[in-house]
Design a protein around this ligand. Structure first.
Ligand SMILES: [Cu+2]
Length: 511
């Protein structure tokens, strides 16, 4: 054999071995990356319902809440004490509730060992009250934002937003619901007894390492943290006994990176009545509703006497829902979870039929848009730029409507959240949006290859120095800088210069 021939054989053998090792490694990662709890949950724990936050009304009519950010411990599993953070308790927070037109103030006290913020996700309010990265609440400090509720009834939520640490702070347990009511929600014959036939459903994925949370990211998980099981309202393997024919579930995806595709184990249809910012025009009958981190959906499901059904998150096995097989597998899109078991009592209270019409939408249709903006989503930054605290990326004029076209061609899933506004989805890849995207939205999921055109109106007030955020709500991406800032100004006014560092809470100085 010639020397060349021998060398070639050795080279070919080495190549084959390397290829086999890499192939084996990939196969191991591929199979190990799929998680399912379907059929494996015991549903042995009664679902906890976050308490309604107490409030008092001051002489001028302001409703005042108190939120204390605190460290604690919670026994998610018997005998295992997990270190946690929470509002007014060990994990998560109470449900705040206010009416349209009401003035509210929230007295926040941060007893944690580090600075954080509290952001009112979905709320229309002045930028200085928004609780973004410019309104840091120092360790041991307090902050009392105030605003007047001026938007339709909706299921909103609150969570920290400190730049670079949002994923960790939410994961430790800082999140809660903020429900808004109005004349329409009072009038409509929908299930509305909180904790009885109107249930908050805060879904998070979680992983344990011994007694503690495992917050690590696995190899190939470019979306961020993905847990191996789910919990609702901080309850693992939860069940809830229900005593009414119609049950309203206020679904909130409070996970840091995971996208769910909710439905029921027996594929029964349900009525979608609301999206992020409130009611749809009319109920839509669906079998699935997909929610990426930060999104909400209000659904109403019909129960029969004595039966059980499971709220499940299904594999998102189609290109439309989650792009290609590779992204789906490593982004959690192939995973499935048994989330919550509903157990109907042997006698059920009759419920009124659902109204056929819910409300007139208050979101703009884009007709009078004065400006079109474009946002290209990349993990390395939006429109090619990483978030900078002292840079205003977009300046919008108070009282105007704009269209924002958001595109994801980044080869991985992202979503897009805009502070202060509820927008209308005009188009998804050039088509009319499906029913679940026809209501008021503040967060939308964009799998790779998606372009969405949104219409939003900026009602102010103007504050050229204090920016609102727009960002990917996959919190790992947001922390890494997939975020930009916009200010609302009066016509002809220029953007100011926001503070470079993490600011002190500006609201604190005003009263
Ligand atoms: Cu992202």
């Amino acid at each position: 054999m010639s020397r060349i021939k021998r060398a070639l054989i050795v080279l070919a053998s080495v190549f084959t071995v390397v290829a086999l090792v890499l192939g084996g490694l990939f196969l191991w990662l591929w199979t190990g990356s799929q998680v399912s709890t379907v059929g494996k949950e015991s549903f042995g724990n009664e679902l906890a319902i976050p308490p309604l936050a107490p409030s008092r009304v001051e002489n001028d009519g302001t409703r005042v809440f108190d939120l204390r950010m605190q460290a604690g411990e919670k026994e998610f599993r018997e005998g295992q004490r997990t270190s946690t953070w929470g509002f007014n308790g060990d994990y998560l927070g109470p449900t705040l509730r206010a009416e349209r037109g009401e003035k509210v103030r929230v007295r926040i006290h941060n007893t944690l060992g580090e600075a954080s913020t509290v952001h009112w996700h979905g709320m229309h309010l002045p930028a200085a009250m928004d609780g973004g990265p410019h309104q840091m609440v120092p360790a041991g400090g307090s902050w009392s934002p105030r605003w007047q509720v001026d938007q339709p009834a909706a299921t909103l939520w609150y969570h920290p937003h400190p730049h670079g640490a949002t994923e960790e702070h939410v994961q430790r347990g800082l999140a809660g619901m903020f429900l808004l009511d109005d004349d329409t929600s009072a009038r409509l014959t929908l299930p509305k007894r909180y904790g009885v036939d109107d249930l908050p459903v805060i879904v998070q994925d979680v992983k344990f390492d011994g007694a503690q949370f495992d917050r690590g990211h696995r190899v190939m998980q470019s979306v961020g943290f993905l847990g191996d099981r789910t919990m609702v309202n901080g309850t693992l393997s939860p069940y809830r006994e229900v005593t009414d024919e119609l049950i309203r579930l206020r679904l909130l995806n409070a996970s840091t990176a995971r996208t769910y595709d909710f439905g029921f184990s027996d594929d029964r249809p349900f009525a979608l009545v609301g999206t992020d910012g409130g009611f749809l025009e009319r109920p839509a009958s669906l079998e699935r509703v997909q929610l990426s981190p930060g999104e909400r959906a209000e659904i109403v499901v019909r129960m029969r006497v004595g039966e059980r059904t499971v709220l499940r998150s299904f594999s998102q096995g189609s290109y439309d829902k989650y792009a290609d097989a590779f992204q789906r597998r490593f982004g959690g899109g192939d995973d499935s979870f048994d989330v919550l078991e509903l157990r109907a009592a042997d006698r059920l209270r009759p419920s009124s039929e659902l109204p056929s019409k819910l409300r007139e939408l208050e979101i703009p249709d884009g007709e009078n848009a004065v400006r079109a903006r474009h946002f290209d989503l990349k993990r390395s930054g939006i429109n090619g730029r990483k978030m900078a605290m002292d840079r205003v990326d977009e300046t919008v004029t108070r009282g105007t409507t704009e269209t924002w076209t958001v595109r994801n061609n980044n080869g991985m899933p992202h979503n897009f959240h805009v502070h202060d506004v509820q927008f209308r989805v005009l188009e998804v890849n050039g088509h009319t949006p499906p029913p679940e995207l026809r209501g008021p939205k503040d967060t939308v999921f964009l799998p790779n290859g998606t372009t969405m055109k949104l219409a939003m109106r900026f009602d102010g007030p103007a504050d050229p120095d204090t920016p609102y955020m727009y960002h990917c709500h996959l919190l790992y991406h947001e922390d890494q800088g997939m975020m930009g800032q916009f200010v609302v100004v009066e016509k002809g006014q220029r953007a100011g210069s926001p503070a470079a560092g993490t600011g002190t809470p500006s609201a604190e100085h005003r009263h």
